[in-house]
Design a protein around this ligand. Structure first.
Ligand code: HPA
Ligand code: ZN
Length: 348
Protein backbone atom coordinates (compact mmCIF):
# COMPACT_ATOMS: atom_id res chain seq x y z
CA UNK A 1 0.00 0.00 0.00
CA UNK A 2 1.12 3.54 -0.72
CA UNK A 3 2.16 4.83 2.74
CA UNK A 4 0.69 8.27 2.03
CA UNK A 5 -2.74 6.75 1.53
CA UNK A 6 -4.85 6.17 4.62
CA UNK A 7 -5.79 2.52 5.11
CA UNK A 8 -9.41 1.71 4.21
CA UNK A 9 -10.39 0.80 7.80
CA UNK A 10 -10.05 4.27 9.34
CA UNK A 11 -11.66 5.83 6.28
CA UNK A 12 -14.71 3.56 6.59
CA UNK A 13 -14.96 4.45 10.28
CA UNK A 14 -14.85 8.17 9.56
CA UNK A 15 -17.29 7.74 6.64
CA UNK A 16 -19.68 5.97 9.04
CA UNK A 17 -19.30 8.59 11.76
CA UNK A 18 -20.22 11.34 9.29
CA UNK A 19 -23.19 9.42 7.86
CA UNK A 20 -26.47 10.73 9.38
CA UNK A 21 -28.19 7.88 11.21
CA UNK A 22 -31.13 7.13 13.49
CA UNK A 23 -30.85 4.67 16.37
CA UNK A 24 -34.13 2.81 17.00
CA UNK A 25 -33.25 -0.06 19.34
CA UNK A 26 -31.48 1.18 22.44
CA UNK A 27 -32.31 0.34 26.05
CA UNK A 28 -31.28 3.37 28.04
CA UNK A 29 -30.47 1.18 31.08
CA UNK A 30 -28.13 -0.73 28.76
CA UNK A 31 -25.97 2.39 28.32
CA UNK A 32 -24.95 2.42 31.98
CA UNK A 33 -21.18 2.02 31.79
CA UNK A 34 -19.34 0.31 34.68
CA UNK A 35 -17.72 3.63 35.65
CA UNK A 36 -21.14 5.20 36.14
CA UNK A 37 -22.40 2.12 38.01
CA UNK A 38 -19.55 2.63 40.49
CA UNK A 39 -20.05 6.40 40.72
CA UNK A 40 -23.78 6.03 41.43
CA UNK A 41 -23.16 3.19 43.90
CA UNK A 42 -20.79 5.50 45.81
CA UNK A 43 -23.30 8.36 45.67
CA UNK A 44 -26.11 6.22 47.12
CA UNK A 45 -23.99 4.06 49.42
CA UNK A 46 -24.83 0.87 47.54
CA UNK A 47 -22.52 -2.13 47.95
CA UNK A 48 -21.78 -3.82 44.63
CA UNK A 49 -21.00 -7.49 44.10
CA UNK A 50 -17.82 -6.54 42.18
CA UNK A 51 -14.63 -5.07 43.61
CA UNK A 52 -13.76 -2.78 40.71
CA UNK A 53 -14.83 -1.35 37.36
CA UNK A 54 -12.57 -3.89 35.65
CA UNK A 55 -14.03 -6.81 37.59
CA UNK A 56 -17.55 -5.72 36.63
CA UNK A 57 -16.56 -5.34 32.98
CA UNK A 58 -14.93 -8.80 33.03
CA UNK A 59 -18.29 -10.24 34.15
CA UNK A 60 -19.82 -9.14 30.83
CA UNK A 61 -19.26 -12.54 29.28
CA UNK A 62 -22.67 -13.94 28.38
CA UNK A 63 -23.88 -17.23 26.98
CA UNK A 64 -27.51 -16.29 26.29
CA UNK A 65 -30.12 -13.58 26.80
CA UNK A 66 -30.93 -14.53 30.41
CA UNK A 67 -27.30 -14.47 31.56
CA UNK A 68 -27.15 -10.87 30.29
CA UNK A 69 -30.52 -9.82 31.74
CA UNK A 70 -29.48 -10.94 35.24
CA UNK A 71 -26.54 -8.49 35.20
CA UNK A 72 -28.48 -5.77 33.40
CA UNK A 73 -31.24 -5.69 36.03
CA UNK A 74 -28.64 -5.80 38.84
CA UNK A 75 -26.75 -2.85 37.29
CA UNK A 76 -29.93 -0.75 37.11
CA UNK A 77 -30.27 -0.94 40.90
CA UNK A 78 -27.89 2.03 41.32
CA UNK A 79 -30.36 4.34 39.52
CA UNK A 80 -32.17 6.02 42.40
CA UNK A 81 -33.07 9.64 41.66
CA UNK A 82 -34.05 11.84 38.72
CA UNK A 83 -30.50 13.15 38.35
CA UNK A 84 -29.20 9.58 37.83
CA UNK A 85 -31.60 8.99 34.92
CA UNK A 86 -30.65 12.40 33.54
CA UNK A 87 -26.90 11.68 33.77
CA UNK A 88 -27.22 8.25 32.15
CA UNK A 89 -29.31 9.58 29.26
CA UNK A 90 -27.07 12.63 28.71
CA UNK A 91 -23.96 10.43 28.56
CA UNK A 92 -25.60 8.22 25.92
CA UNK A 93 -26.64 11.23 23.81
CA UNK A 94 -23.13 12.67 23.83
CA UNK A 95 -21.73 9.30 22.75
CA UNK A 96 -24.40 8.96 20.06
CA UNK A 97 -23.61 12.43 18.72
CA UNK A 98 -19.95 11.44 18.28
CA UNK A 99 -21.21 8.54 16.12
CA UNK A 100 -23.27 10.79 13.83
CA UNK A 101 -26.64 9.84 15.34
CA UNK A 102 -29.20 12.59 14.65
CA UNK A 103 -32.40 10.90 15.86
CA UNK A 104 -33.03 8.36 18.66
CA UNK A 105 -36.00 6.24 19.66
CA UNK A 106 -35.03 4.80 23.02
CA UNK A 107 -36.53 2.21 25.36
CA UNK A 108 -36.84 2.35 29.10
CA UNK A 109 -38.00 -0.41 31.46
CA UNK A 110 -40.23 1.25 34.09
CA UNK A 111 -40.96 -1.99 35.95
CA UNK A 112 -37.27 -2.47 36.74
CA UNK A 113 -37.52 0.74 38.75
CA UNK A 114 -41.10 0.84 40.06
CA UNK A 115 -40.59 -2.67 41.54
CA UNK A 116 -37.78 -1.12 43.65
CA UNK A 117 -40.00 1.71 44.85
CA UNK A 118 -38.76 4.38 42.40
CA UNK A 119 -41.61 6.54 41.09
CA UNK A 120 -42.27 6.34 37.37
CA UNK A 121 -42.22 10.16 37.27
CA UNK A 122 -38.63 10.16 38.57
CA UNK A 123 -37.66 7.85 35.71
CA UNK A 124 -39.56 9.59 32.92
CA UNK A 125 -38.73 13.13 34.01
CA UNK A 126 -34.99 12.41 34.28
CA UNK A 127 -34.82 10.74 30.88
CA UNK A 128 -37.08 13.29 29.22
CA UNK A 129 -35.17 16.30 30.54
CA UNK A 130 -31.94 14.85 29.12
CA UNK A 131 -33.64 14.19 25.77
CA UNK A 132 -34.98 17.77 25.64
CA UNK A 133 -31.55 19.20 26.54
CA UNK A 134 -29.96 16.87 23.96
CA UNK A 135 -32.27 18.18 21.28
CA UNK A 136 -31.37 21.77 22.15
CA UNK A 137 -27.62 21.30 22.67
CA UNK A 138 -26.75 18.42 20.32
CA UNK A 139 -29.51 18.64 17.70
CA UNK A 140 -30.68 15.06 18.32
CA UNK A 141 -34.45 14.52 17.97
CA UNK A 142 -36.09 11.79 20.02
CA UNK A 143 -38.98 9.51 20.88
CA UNK A 144 -39.35 7.59 24.15
CA UNK A 145 -40.70 4.00 24.22
CA UNK A 146 -42.02 2.38 27.39
CA UNK A 147 -41.20 -1.35 27.43
CA UNK A 148 -43.21 -3.94 29.30
CA UNK A 149 -41.16 -6.77 30.84
CA UNK A 150 -42.52 -9.93 29.23
CA UNK A 151 -41.42 -12.26 32.05
CA UNK A 152 -43.97 -10.43 34.26
CA UNK A 153 -47.75 -10.73 33.89
CA UNK A 154 -50.03 -8.84 31.55
CA UNK A 155 -51.79 -7.44 34.65
CA UNK A 156 -48.45 -5.91 35.73
CA UNK A 157 -48.08 -4.39 32.24
CA UNK A 158 -51.62 -2.94 32.50
CA UNK A 159 -50.76 -1.40 35.88
CA UNK A 160 -47.57 0.09 34.40
CA UNK A 161 -49.51 1.63 31.53
CA UNK A 162 -51.89 3.19 34.08
CA UNK A 163 -48.93 4.66 35.99
CA UNK A 164 -47.53 6.15 32.77
CA UNK A 165 -50.74 7.87 31.64
CA UNK A 166 -50.07 11.17 33.48
CA UNK A 167 -46.78 11.34 31.49
CA UNK A 168 -48.30 10.25 28.17
CA UNK A 169 -47.15 13.44 26.43
CA UNK A 170 -43.54 12.25 26.90
CA UNK A 171 -44.03 8.67 25.73
CA UNK A 172 -44.48 7.99 22.01
CA UNK A 173 -44.99 4.25 22.14
CA UNK A 174 -44.83 0.94 23.95
CA UNK A 175 -42.55 -2.05 23.45
CA UNK A 176 -41.95 -5.53 24.82
CA UNK A 177 -38.61 -6.83 26.10
CA UNK A 178 -36.86 -9.17 28.59
CA UNK A 179 -36.85 -13.00 28.52
CA UNK A 180 -38.44 -14.01 25.23
CA UNK A 181 -38.76 -17.81 25.22
CA UNK A 182 -42.04 -18.93 26.81
CA UNK A 183 -43.44 -15.38 26.82
CA UNK A 184 -45.10 -14.97 23.40
CA UNK A 185 -46.55 -11.67 22.16
CA UNK A 186 -50.07 -13.16 22.55
CA UNK A 187 -49.62 -12.86 26.34
CA UNK A 188 -49.82 -9.05 25.92
CA UNK A 189 -52.56 -8.74 23.31
CA UNK A 190 -55.03 -6.85 25.52
CA UNK A 191 -52.59 -4.29 26.94
CA UNK A 192 -51.22 -3.55 23.46
CA UNK A 193 -54.79 -3.11 22.16
CA UNK A 194 -55.44 -0.58 24.95
CA UNK A 195 -52.15 1.22 24.21
CA UNK A 196 -53.24 1.35 20.55
CA UNK A 197 -56.61 2.88 21.48
CA UNK A 198 -54.80 5.44 23.66
CA UNK A 199 -52.73 6.51 20.65
CA UNK A 200 -49.36 4.91 21.43
CA UNK A 201 -47.23 3.51 18.62
CA UNK A 202 -46.13 -0.12 19.13
CA UNK A 203 -43.02 -2.28 18.73
CA UNK A 204 -41.96 -5.63 20.21
CA UNK A 205 -38.83 -7.72 20.56
CA UNK A 206 -39.50 -10.93 18.62
CA UNK A 207 -37.39 -13.57 16.91
CA UNK A 208 -34.22 -12.87 18.92
CA UNK A 209 -34.20 -16.11 20.93
CA UNK A 210 -37.88 -16.88 20.34
CA UNK A 211 -39.20 -18.53 17.16
CA UNK A 212 -40.33 -16.93 13.90
CA UNK A 213 -43.97 -17.44 15.01
CA UNK A 214 -43.47 -14.76 17.63
CA UNK A 215 -42.74 -12.26 14.83
CA UNK A 216 -46.01 -13.15 13.11
CA UNK A 217 -47.86 -12.84 16.44
CA UNK A 218 -46.30 -9.43 17.13
CA UNK A 219 -47.46 -8.20 13.70
CA UNK A 220 -50.95 -9.71 13.75
CA UNK A 221 -51.90 -9.59 17.45
CA UNK A 222 -49.95 -6.58 18.75
CA UNK A 223 -50.12 -4.57 15.49
CA UNK A 224 -46.53 -3.39 15.80
CA UNK A 225 -44.99 -1.02 13.27
CA UNK A 226 -41.58 -2.70 13.45
CA UNK A 227 -39.88 -5.73 14.97
CA UNK A 228 -36.96 -5.49 17.40
CA UNK A 229 -34.29 -8.02 16.40
CA UNK A 230 -36.42 -10.34 14.21
CA UNK A 231 -33.38 -12.21 12.87
CA UNK A 232 -35.06 -15.62 13.22
CA UNK A 233 -37.54 -14.58 10.48
CA UNK A 234 -35.43 -16.57 8.03
CA UNK A 235 -36.79 -19.80 9.52
CA UNK A 236 -40.15 -19.08 7.84
CA UNK A 237 -39.99 -18.36 4.06
CA UNK A 238 -43.55 -17.00 3.95
CA UNK A 239 -42.83 -14.59 6.79
CA UNK A 240 -39.63 -13.51 5.08
CA UNK A 241 -41.56 -12.72 1.89
CA UNK A 242 -44.15 -10.79 3.89
CA UNK A 243 -41.54 -8.70 5.73
CA UNK A 244 -39.95 -7.79 2.39
CA UNK A 245 -43.28 -7.06 0.66
CA UNK A 246 -44.63 -4.92 3.51
CA UNK A 247 -41.23 -3.32 4.27
CA UNK A 248 -41.68 -4.18 7.97
CA UNK A 249 -38.55 -2.76 9.61
CA UNK A 250 -36.26 -4.98 11.69
CA UNK A 251 -34.10 -3.25 14.29
CA UNK A 252 -31.11 -5.59 14.18
CA UNK A 253 -28.35 -5.41 16.82
CA UNK A 254 -25.27 -7.24 15.52
CA UNK A 255 -22.92 -7.01 18.54
CA UNK A 256 -25.78 -7.99 20.85
CA UNK A 257 -26.48 -11.04 18.68
CA UNK A 258 -22.90 -12.31 18.88
CA UNK A 259 -22.46 -11.40 22.58
CA UNK A 260 -25.66 -13.32 23.47
CA UNK A 261 -24.76 -16.21 21.10
CA UNK A 262 -27.71 -15.86 18.76
CA UNK A 263 -24.79 -16.24 16.30
CA UNK A 264 -21.48 -17.69 17.41
CA UNK A 265 -19.62 -15.46 14.96
CA UNK A 266 -20.46 -12.27 13.07
CA UNK A 267 -19.63 -14.04 9.79
CA UNK A 268 -22.75 -16.20 10.37
CA UNK A 269 -25.08 -13.20 10.76
CA UNK A 270 -27.95 -13.03 8.27
CA UNK A 271 -28.08 -9.21 8.08
CA UNK A 272 -26.60 -9.00 4.60
CA UNK A 273 -28.91 -11.70 3.22
CA UNK A 274 -31.96 -9.98 4.72
CA UNK A 275 -30.88 -6.66 3.23
CA UNK A 276 -30.35 -8.24 -0.19
CA UNK A 277 -33.80 -9.83 0.01
CA UNK A 278 -35.32 -6.35 0.27
CA UNK A 279 -36.12 -6.20 3.99
CA UNK A 280 -35.99 -2.84 5.77
CA UNK A 281 -33.06 -3.83 7.98
CA UNK A 282 -31.56 -1.28 10.39
CA UNK A 283 -28.46 -1.44 12.61
CA UNK A 284 -28.63 -0.58 16.32
CA UNK A 285 -26.62 -1.04 19.50
CA UNK A 286 -29.24 -2.48 21.96
CA UNK A 287 -27.23 -2.32 25.24
CA UNK A 288 -23.90 -0.81 24.20
CA UNK A 289 -22.32 -0.68 27.68
CA UNK A 290 -22.73 -4.46 27.94
CA UNK A 291 -22.12 -5.59 24.35
CA UNK A 292 -18.86 -3.81 23.60
CA UNK A 293 -19.86 -1.12 21.17
CA UNK A 294 -21.99 1.86 20.23
CA UNK A 295 -23.64 2.43 16.86
CA UNK A 296 -20.62 2.89 14.59
CA UNK A 297 -18.94 -0.12 16.24
CA UNK A 298 -21.98 -2.17 15.18
CA UNK A 299 -21.85 -0.88 11.59
CA UNK A 300 -18.11 -1.58 11.44
CA UNK A 301 -18.41 -5.09 12.88
CA UNK A 302 -20.90 -6.20 10.22
CA UNK A 303 -19.17 -4.29 7.45
CA UNK A 304 -15.96 -6.20 8.17
CA UNK A 305 -17.50 -9.63 8.77
CA UNK A 306 -19.97 -9.53 5.86
CA UNK A 307 -18.00 -7.28 3.51
CA UNK A 308 -20.84 -4.78 3.07
CA UNK A 309 -20.44 -2.26 0.25
CA UNK A 310 -20.61 1.50 0.71
CA UNK A 311 -24.01 1.42 -1.03
CA UNK A 312 -25.27 -1.10 1.51
CA UNK A 313 -24.06 1.06 4.41
CA UNK A 314 -25.85 4.04 2.88
CA UNK A 315 -29.01 1.92 2.45
CA UNK A 316 -28.86 0.89 6.13
CA UNK A 317 -28.69 4.55 7.18
CA UNK A 318 -31.63 5.45 4.92
CA UNK A 319 -33.58 2.50 6.32
CA UNK A 320 -33.05 3.86 9.84
CA UNK A 321 -35.02 6.98 8.90
CA UNK A 322 -37.64 5.10 6.88
CA UNK A 323 -38.25 2.84 9.92
CA UNK A 324 -38.44 5.73 12.41
CA UNK A 325 -41.53 7.43 13.80
CA UNK A 326 -40.48 10.81 12.39
CA UNK A 327 -43.10 12.56 10.25
CA UNK A 328 -42.91 12.04 6.49
CA UNK A 329 -41.24 15.41 5.77
CA UNK A 330 -38.49 14.84 8.37
CA UNK A 331 -37.85 11.32 7.07
CA UNK A 332 -37.46 12.66 3.55
CA UNK A 333 -35.19 15.46 4.70
CA UNK A 334 -32.82 12.99 6.42
CA UNK A 335 -32.89 10.52 3.52
CA UNK A 336 -31.91 13.37 1.19
CA UNK A 337 -29.16 14.36 3.65
CA UNK A 338 -27.82 10.78 3.52
CA UNK A 339 -27.85 10.84 -0.30
CA UNK A 340 -26.08 14.20 -0.37
CA UNK A 341 -23.46 12.99 2.10
CA UNK A 342 -22.87 9.82 0.05
CA UNK A 343 -22.50 11.85 -3.16
CA UNK A 344 -20.13 14.33 -1.51
CA UNK A 345 -17.90 11.69 0.07
CA UNK A 346 -17.68 9.48 -3.04
CA UNK A 347 -16.40 12.47 -5.03
CA UNK A 348 -13.72 13.19 -2.40
N1 HPA B 1 -33.65 -8.52 24.48
C1 HPA B 1 -34.61 -8.61 25.40
N2 HPA B 1 -34.68 -7.80 26.44
C2 HPA B 1 -33.75 -6.86 26.58
C3 HPA B 1 -32.73 -6.73 25.67
C4 HPA B 1 -32.69 -7.60 24.55
O1 HPA B 1 -31.82 -7.54 23.67
N3 HPA B 1 -31.96 -5.70 26.10
C5 HPA B 1 -32.50 -5.23 27.24
N4 HPA B 1 -33.59 -5.94 27.53
ZN1 ZN C 1 -33.29 -4.99 22.88
Amino acid sequence: MNPTEPSSEPSIASFLRGLPKAELHLHIEGTLEPEMVFALAAKHDVTLAYASVDALRRAYDFHDLQSFLDLYYAGADVLRDEEDFYAMTSAYLRRARADGVVHVEIFFDPQTHTERGIGIGTVINGIHRALADGERDLGISHRLILCFLRHLSEAAAEATLDLALPFADRVAGVGLDSSEAGHPPSKFERVFARAHRLGFARVAHAGEEGPADYITEALDLLQVSRIDHGVRCDEDPQLLARLARERVPLTVCPLSNTKLKVYQQMEQHNLRRLLEQGLCVTINSDDPAYFGGYLVDNYLAVQRALDLSREQLVQLAKNSFEASWLDAASKQRWITAVDNYAARTSAA
